[in-house]
Write a protein that binds this ligand. Structure first.
Ligand code: DQA
Length: 140
């Protein structure tokens, strides 16, 4: 099973960005851990700070991948266009957030993406990605 993780803006800075919220591990180091934990999956990762690149990747991935995990970062709360792109594709998408966005500022409690996803996993630190992969392991 081929799974793509898409990370949005500023998630390239994990490990140094607001470590009190997002932790001290870089995504590259975490990615090594999940790859070891899910040897049955072929997992790829794409990060972009640019909305249109994320949309292009979702369109491309629809043909290439069996499942997608998206953390759209701040675009979650602003991007009708990313929500539309998820709605437009057939591949199942799980929405993931490291922090508990429901316990943060009001603007983070709005998602233009969650309604088009299979479900959302929010607030388990980087292990939100692990839990999304577990979901695909169980149901694939
Ligand atoms: C985030 C939550 C968003 O509100 C924020 O803009 C991010 C990260 C998370 O994973 O907790 O960049 O998506």
């Amino acid at each position: 099973m081929k799974i793509l993780i898409i990370n949005g803006p500023s998630l390239n800075l994990l490990g140094t960005r607001e470590t009190n919220i997002y932790g001290e591990l870089s995504f590259e180091d975490y990615f090594d851990e999940i790859e070891q934990h899910f040897p049955e999956f072929e997992i790829s990762c794409f990060q972009s700070n640019i909305e249109g690149e994320i949309i292009d990747k979702l369109h491309e991935a629809d043909l290439e991948f069996n499942a997608i995990i998206v953390n759209a970062g701040a675009y979650t709360h602003t991007s009708v266009a990313i929500g539309d792109a998820i709605q437009a594709i057939d591949t199942p998408v799980v929405d993931v957030h490291i922090s508990n966005v429901m316990a943060r500022e009001d603007f983070r409690q709005v998602s233009y993406i969650a309604p088009y996803c299979v479900g959302s996993i929010i607030g388990f630190g980087l292990d939100s990605y692990y839990l999304a992969l577990e979901y695909f392991r169980k149901f694939s």
